[in-house]
Ligand binder design. Structure first.
Ligand SMILES: CC(C)(COP(=O)(O)OP(=O)(O)OC[C@H]1O[C@@H](n2cnc3c(N)ncnc32)[C@H](O)[C@@H]1OP(=O)(O)O)[C@@H](O)C(=O)NCCC(=O)NCCS
Length: 189
């Protein structure tokens, strides 16, 4: 199995996680603004455990969510990458594209830029047929990234997140998809 250690875009390195990322990663995941569309901010221990699970995903499947580093400053700014969906739903098994950035790096196009590099990897190197993405229907910034990279809203695929309790306002989720053919169409018309 090919281990995809790093990717690159114009302004970013998508690289393996370092132990020294924990401080900034934990600060990002403890920020209520960043975690507004998740059940709760994460403690430092939960963030450390998440990095452990990410490393485990890379070890098992060869891909995962990469740490994002700005080329101009060398700063760690968050993550973007691919994960096997960990719960059962009508659209699973599936590979999900996901992103989370620290707020001081929002509004600069970094999430979309990283996501383009990740989609290229998914279709060119990993030869996946399809990638999905989902988020709370309230999370419009994330849906904008999905739209920016050519993903299509699968209205019939919208679902109630099975790991959130009934009645939770975050439970209704939108489902977006992109196939390899749609990605090629977006790139080359
Ligand atoms: C979702 C999230 C990654 C989006 O970040 P973002 O910075 O808004 O997304 P993008 O990288 O696509 O940037 C787009 C914005 O940058 C602007 N921009 C500036 N320079 C740009 C450039 N060179 N290229 C593209 N966009 C640029 C765009 O105009 C756009 O701004 P707008 O939203 O005001 O229209 C961010 O809000 C986040 O981390 N949220 C918390 C975690 C989360 O909810 N993750 C998703 C869970 S499913």
């Amino acid at each position: 199995m090919e281990q995809i250690k790093e990717l690159e875009s114009a302004r970013l390195h998508l690289r393996p996680w370092r132990d020294t990322d924990l401080a900034e990663f934990a600060a990002m995941c403890a920020d209520p603004q960043v975690m507004r569309y998740f059940p709760a901010p994460l403690s430092r221990l939960e963030s450390a455990a998440l990095i452990g699970r990410v490393r485990g995903h890379f070890a098992e499947y060869g891909y995962g969510v990469w740490a994002l580093e700005r080329k101009d400053t060398g700063a760690f700014i968050g993550f973007t990458g691919l994960m096997n969906v960990s719960f059962e739903a009508p659209f699973t098994p599936a590979v999900e594209i996901a992103w989370r950035l620290a707020p001081e790096h929002w509004g600069l196009g970094y999430a979309s830029e990283a996501a383009w590099a990740v989609l290229r990897c998914a279709f060119d190197r990993l030869a996946l047929d399809q990638v999905v993405s989902f988020t709370s229907e309230l999370n419009l910034p994330s849906q904008k990234v999905m739209q920016a990279i050519g993903m299509q809203h699968d209205v019939d695929g919208d679902f109630e997140h099975p790991l959130l309790p009934a009645g939770d306002p975050l439970r209704p989720h939108v489902l977006y998809r992109i196939t390899r053919a749609q990605w090629l169409e977006t790139l080359y018309g």
